[in-house]
Design a protein around this ligand. Structure first.
Ligand SMILES: [Zn+2]
Length: 244
């Protein structure tokens, strides 16, 4: 949008003096509205200007837009062209593979906005940590957001001690969260929805801790305030992410 404030003032003066036709006034109004709702494609400059706090707020605002049905306008092909020579995402999101929880969609982000690591049960291992180190230390992301969700099949599987091929080892990564939730003695299985939810929340908390414990690079960046590490729970019934 090239219109400066001065252009607007001139325009409004001209409207007042009858120099501008009604049609062009409508065109300006609609283009101003489009500009207001248009997504920004991240560049080296916009990424550099984003703080960890601002990055978190951008994801909160994005989820607000998502649940209100007020998504920003994006020309994805244009964003592809704009980011082809280089990417400058502002955040890295660790989420579950669950088909209902696509973080890029549910936080209303576009091409080049966020790194996304997806794995059943949204935990971190050496490979995910390496990916996050790339995202933050090499590619400039300002925030790591760990997103758990309601009705998580992986969490339910861990609660029920499911044994199934390679999944057995995957679910072993979630067992510390199961063990860390006390109480619920009458039913500590996937049939107890409150227990499952408590384990999913604990898993986000432990994943955030593990990022700090197992990556000296990310811990140092967080301690210096270069990045933030945050958590959220996504509700598959409402589309709302609740930040911790
Ligand atoms: Zn899940």
């Amino acid at each position: 949008m090239a219109k400066t404030l001065e252009d607007r003032r001139t325009f409004l003066r001209n409207v007042g003096s009858g120099l501008v036709a009604t049609g062009s006034m409508a065109a300006l109004a609609s283009s101003a509205q489009a500009a207001h709702h248009e997504a920004v494609t991240q560049t080296k400059e916009t990424q550099a200007a984003i703080t960890p706090e601002k990055a978190l707020q951008m994801l909160k605002d994005g989820n607000d837009r998502f649940v209100q049905g007020k998504l920003l306008k994006r020309d994805h092909l244009q964003q592809v062209k704009a980011t082809g020579a280089g990417q400058f995402p502002f955040a890295a999101i660790v989420g579950c593979i669950d088909s209902r929880e696509s973080a890029t969609l549910t936080f209303d982000q576009g091409i080049g906005d966020v790194f996304a690591a997806r794995i059943a049960g949204n935990f971190v291992n050496d490979d995910i940590l390496g990916s996050l180190e790339f995202a933050c230390a090499a590619a400039g992301a300002k925030l790591i957001l760990v997103v758990g969700h309601t009705e998580c099949g992986a969490i339910k599987g861990a609660c029920d001690d499911v044994v199934l091929g390679n999944l057995t080892q995957t679910l072993a990564n979630l067992k510390p969260a199961v063990a860390a939730v006390s109480g619920f003695e009458s039913d500590r299985t996937s049939k107890n929805g409150k227990f499952v939810q408590a384990v999913a929340e604990k898993n986000v908390e432990l994943t955030m801790q593990r990022i700090r414990q197992r990556s000296a690079i990310l811990r140092d960046m967080a301690d210096k305030g270069d990045i933030g590490i945050a958590g959220a729970m996504y509700d598959v019934h409402t589309g709302r992410a609740t930040f911790m």
